[in-house]
Design a binder for this molecule. Sequence first.
Ligand SMILES: [Zn+2]
Length: 334
Amino acid sequence: MQEIIEIEKTHTVLTKCPVCKDNNLAYSNNSLRNDYSLGVCNTCNFKYAHPRPKIEFLVDYYNSISSVRFYKESDEKALKDTKKLNRMILKNHPEAKNILEIGCSTGYYLRGLKLRGFEVCGSELSEDAVNLAREWYNVEVFASEFPPPSHLNKYDVIIIHHVIEHVMNPKDFLEQASNYLSDKGIFIIETPNVNSMGIKLFRNNYPVFCPPGHLNFFSKSTLEKVLPENHKPLESKTASANGYVIYNCINAFLATINLKGAIDNKISKKETIKSNIKTKASNNRKYSYLKMMYKFSKITQTILYPFFFLIDKAGLGENLSLVSRIKKNNLIKN
Ligand SMILES: [Zn+2]
């Protein structure tokens, strides 16, 4: 990549903003987890983790994360959890048939959308997740960042759900993804909101700031800017309704009152356990703990629904949700 210069073996420094391509970048003294700091583009206000890990470093990092993140859910839950996605698809592309999810993990959402009658397909870099997608949910998943070139221009909907914050170059990533869209095809993107209530309250202690996992931190404006030139936003809003806000706030609060060390130890312990889908007993314990925390968070959030409704209206919701389509005069592709 021409935009970066090497500073050491595992990391590089950006010299151009990945969103607006300007070179007006600054690195604050704000330290994030794992010795990263918060970089900011003074032109478009895009925020990112500094320095940037190299691909080999990221591959090692992801390989070291435990498969505790993966668990099987019922068809009933998959249907329930894809209600919002289904609504967004019907509203923005009523004739849509083919769906691709890039970075689909175990294919849980694809399972729900398949049950709703769509033709679905995914791509995913984690081989454990790809195997589980086939075994658990019977969905077709390519073990690569994108499907093979024979699938270009094929999909009516491309879902990019909590992926763009992880990639090295989000603009290039979306441009490549866009080549897989059919005419009138749409992107449905979700990513954490860097202007969320949680981040405003807890700043760098908020779990969203977790490099080298998360590398890019978008606002409503920078997320629209990172879209390919030929895309037009159709829907752009913040969304709190995923149950994780309270969970993240509790973790951030513990970190703020100096229990951060203990939490980091717990997290790194969890992350250094080598991926092994057969260590079920240990995974089940962690899964039960996470599931309990998540349930508590979800119930609290449901009770506080009017509050979170207003938070979303004010643009302070936990996540950004963006739907975009290729502009009409760009429909003829090369
Ligand atoms: Zn910029």
